[in-house]
Design a protein around this ligand. Structure first.
Ligand SMILES: Cc1cc2nc3c(=O)[nH]c(=O)nc-3n(C[C@H](O)[C@H](O)[C@H](O)COP(=O)(O)OP(=O)(O)OC[C@H]3O[C@@H](n4cnc5c(N)ncnc54)[C@H](O)[C@@H]3O)c2cc1C
Length: 487
């Protein structure tokens, strides 16, 4: 239970509202927070840190560090609104329901608010919490916040979920034309409350020491809602018009780089759309190809979230296309290691894999090239690549990562047809014509010309400390097509 901090009166005990923060570390435009604070009763907040669960989910150290740094800022912002944030540690989600029961009993909380999460483990955790709390007559209310449109609300005429992106996007466009989702108003500052001091808490700073990152990474990925909004504003007001032409060029800073902020909820998808259409006073105006293309990308994110709700198998490591479960992937740990370390001898692939290791991020075009190289040329199971990406991405997120991997492996919804295999050299020549991106991440190739740099193995050049390709691109392509044909 908590006490109202009023010096002249006796401490007054009141039933309280508890807001449970998860992948939504912000105070602006936050559904659960806004609803909780509208009830006229004091609110407190909790976040549960689960290191063993993060490990099971292969969350990258840099992503956890990013999360914890943002959590510190959130705690401060909540305090400015007089909402204390309890930072708890429950290592595994299977124990969260018990913890929530104890905590709500201890605080005298009758109503818990949170934003819904869609992956299988998250849903199991929330179902268990709902069960124990309702047995005690307490409410656990979930809000749709993570997506623009509620899960299961975008349906075909025969009321089925969409399996293909383009018609899904068409419906989204129609809805957006009608109305762009509005952001929630800012919350008011509540009366000051003091937490009783026997609540067990962990120190964010102590936990941060377990997830160290380089100074470079800290500079690349600053935290805070205002910083995320600056990035969003800079992109939507100044760069989005060039997005269509520049988005595929990894040497150029031509995309928004907001995925990490979106994924842990430092900003919301609603805020992205409001920023995008701000110059048009919030009207859905697609006057520009850049705006339309960026909006489509935001809707890819939406699509994969909806797919995860409708087809839970994708968050259980199952392929979307059932028949591809029979595919005879190669067991080739040596090749996998070369790929992971950026030592395949294919420059664009190595550049991407090294960018990932050094920055926690990789350009989207290069993600596709690297994923296709692993799953087609090396014929290695997409789940191995999916795991490696999660272990290293600062923006690692189950739905988008799984969607991207299954697209590349031709096992997923709306995925690349199995016979359309990217040639990494052609891709490299097309999207990094001068080799600028390659040379940034593979400095061994810095002295090569723009003609040589994409495939040094095809040119007569002097000795360089760079490996020969670990696989022949032509014959491995045929091998992959045969493997799919035989399904
Ligand atoms: C193999 C593979 C793995 C991927 N893993 C992830 C992941 O773990 N987490 C993640 O957020 N994205 C993932 N993506 C999608 C995409 O690469 C990133 O969202 C994008 O590169 C982030 O950079 P940005 O913020 O500058 O994007 P922008 O180009 O500025 O796009 C804006 C936003 O749209 C969304 N978006 C863009 N492209 C996609 C896409 N193809 N699928 C889903 N959402 C998209 C993201 O939220 C992104 O921040 C993956 C793609 C592939 C091919």
């Amino acid at each position: 239970m908590i006490t109202l901090d009023r010096p002249c009166l006796e401490n007054i005990i009141m039933p309280t509202q508890l807001i449970w923060f998860r992948q939504d570390l912000r105070i602006q435009d936050h559904s659960a927070l806004w609803h909780a604070t509208q009830q006229g009763q004091p609110c407190i907040a909790v976040v549960i840190l689960s290191p063993e669960q993060w490990q099971i989910h292969h969350d990258a150290s840099c992503k956890i560090n990013f999360y914890l740094r943002q959590l510190k800022i959130l705690q401060q912002h909540l305090l400015e609104k007089n909402i204390p944030l309890i930072v708890a540690q429950v290592n595994l989600w299977k124990n969260v329901a018990n913890y929530m029961l104890q905590l709500t009993e201890q605080l005298g909380v009758t109503h818990v608010y949170a934003n819904a999460e869609y992956a299988v483990h998250e849903k199991q955790r929330d179902d268990a919490v709902l069960k124990v709390l309702s047995q005690q007559g307490k409410k656990f209310q979930l809000f749709q916040d993570h997506t623009l449109f509620p899960a299961k609300s975008i349906r075909t005429q025969s009321n089925q979920p969409y399996k293909v992106f383009t018609p899904f996007k068409k419906v989204c466009f129609e809805r957006l034309q009608y109305s762009i989702p509005k952001c929630y108003p800012d919350i008011e500052t509540q009366q000051r409350i003091t937490l009783q001091n026997d609540i067990r808490q962990v120190s964010i700073d102590d936990m941060l020491t377990q997830y160290p990152v380089s100074e470079y990474m800290l500079q690349q990925w600053p935290v805070g809602e205002s910083i995320a909004h600056e990035k969003l504003y800079e992109f939507t007001q100044h760069q989005v018009k060039q997005y269509k032409n520049q988005r595929d060029l990894p040497a150029i800073h031509g995309t928004s780089r907001i995925s990490a902020y979106l994924n842990i909820g430092i900003i919301s998808a609603r805020q992205c759309l409001q920023a995008l259409f701000q110059p048009y006073h919030g009207e859905f105006v697609l006057s520009d190809k850049g705006i339309e293309t960026w909006l489509s990308e935001i809707l890819w994110r939406e699509f994969y979230q909806h797919i995860m709700v409708d087809y839970p198998k994708v968050s259980k490591s199952k392929p979307f296309k059932d028949e591809t479960a029979r595919l005879a992937w190669r067991d080739a740990p040596h090749d996998f290691e070369k790929w992971a370390q950026g030592q395949t001898g294919i420059p664009i692939v190595d550049a991407g894999m090294r960018e990932l290791k050094n920055t926690g991020w990789m350009h989207n075009r290069v993600r596709m090239i690297c994923a296709m190289f692993l799953t087609k040329n090396l014929l290695i199971d997409w789940r191995e690549g999916e795991r490696w990406f999660m272990q290293h991405l600062i923006d690692g997120e189950l739905a988008a990562n799984n969607g991207g991997w299954q697209w590349s492996a031709s096992t997923g919804t709306d995925s690349a047809p199995y016979f359309r295999i990217f040639n990494p050299v052609t891709q490299s020549e097309r999207f990094d014509p001068e080799g600028t991106y390659i040379k940034q991440w593979v400095p061994e190739l810095a002295s090569l010309s723009a003609k040589q740099v994409h495939a040094p193995f095809e040119h007569k050049i002097g000795h360089i400390e760079y490996p020969k390709p670990i696989v022949d691109l032509k014959s491995s392509r045929v091998r992959a097509i045969d493997a799919f044909k035989n399904l």
